[in-house]
Design a protein around this ligand. Structure first.
Ligand code: PSU
Ligand code: MN
Length: 309
């Protein structure tokens, strides 16, 4: 057997050896999801939130063909500022490694690398999902299929409302990916506390999430991911009426201008930021921050220190 190509930072490797809590963070949100220079501030801030919660942050990316779990200061700056950063899903990892490419990892690639590294908890903003024009484009994020195969707990605020949320929830059910609401009976709506659709299970504490994770392990193979759906705080959500109005406008504008394919998501997100005067960006960041803080709490609950830890 050849050795794993994954390179862990010293800090992450040591934490995992000692059985200390570690939280994986994705990098696509930094390189492709947020405007500069805010993105680098956010990347640093999210790592600080993990540390404040008593866990070690492991931001994941591929640099010069090496999959890195845990980034130093310079590496984080490259993710935020290099124009050549690609967006890497799970299927892109092998060609990126083989060609020495650099890129940020999406939920699918990050969840995969984190699980291989031995990390149990991963925090992000929103998952990819089924796009509204699925019937013609068949555009469904690889996040969903990958989460059906990788044992990791993903804390998120649902999926962006620009996606087809009911179809995404249905796909997660079909793929047998667990979804539990955190202190809510409704699936969160990313910018909003609720998407208007229910979840089947609700938990109220990080200990209860850890208990679900232990039960998954006890049940054995095949395992899939556990999605902990954590709504943005009431005070920080986007005004629901504004959200609905601007989203409807954005969808119409995209159609009118013939925006299709990969360009749809950035177009809609940009439209929302612009036409809510930045309020959608603030709600987005509040949601991510809340997810990262909860992920640290969950990681602390399920950490089992070794003799040396
Ligand atoms: N949701 C967000 N911001 C993001 C993403 C999702 O609010 O930046 C990123 C995540 O990395 C997610 C990816 O895994 O987009 C999904 O992309 P695609 O639809 O191409 O699979
Ligand atoms: Mn997509």
């Amino acid at each position: 057997m050849s050795q794993s190509p994954i390179r862990m930072s010293e800090e992450v490797r040591e934490a995992l050896e000692l059985g200390l809590p570690v939280v994986a963070l994705e990098s696509t949100i930094i390189s492709h999801g947020l405007p500069r220079p805010r993105n680098l501030e956010v990347a640093r801030d999210l790592e600080a939130v993990v540390r404040a919660g008593g866990a070690v942050p492991a931001t994941i990316a591929v640099l010069d063909g090496e999959p890195l779990v845990g980034l130093d200061k310079r590496q984080l700056e490259r993710i935020a500022n290099d124009d050549g950063m690609r967006k890497l899903g799970h299927r892109d990892l092998a060609p990126a490694l083989a060609s020495g490419a650099s890129g940020a990892t999406t939920v699918s690639a990050t969840a995969f690398l984190a699980a291989v590294a031995g990390i149990d908890v991963f925090a992000t903003g929103g998952l990819g999902g089924v796009h509204r024009d699925w019937v013609t484009t068949q555009d469904e994020s690889a996040d969903l299929g990958l989460l059906a195969r990788v044992p990791i707990t993903v804390v998120c605020a649902g999926v962006k409302s620009i996606l087809d949320v009911p179809a995404t929830l249905q796909r997660l059910e079909t793929l047998s990916v667990g979804v539990i609401g955190y202190r809510t009976a409704m699936f969160p709506g990313f910018y909003l506390r609720s998407s208007g659709l229910p979840v089947d299970w609700t938990v109220d504490t990080p200990e209860q999430v850890a208990a679900v994770m232990r039960a998954q392990v006890a049940l054995g193979e095949p395992r899939s991911a556990l999605i902990v759906a954590n709504p943005v705080a009431e005070a920080e959500q986007l005004d629901p009426a504004l959200h609905d109005r601007i989203l409807a406008e954005a969808l119409q504008a995209a159609e009118r201008e013939g925006v299709t394919g990969q360009a749809v998501t950035p177009y809609l997100l940009g439209y929302l930021v612009e036409h809510t005067a930045g309020a959608s960006l603030e709600a987005n960041l509040a949601a991510v921050r809340g997810n990262v803080a909860l992920a640290a709490e969950i990681a602390c609950c399920c950490a089992v220190p070794t003799d040396r830890g």
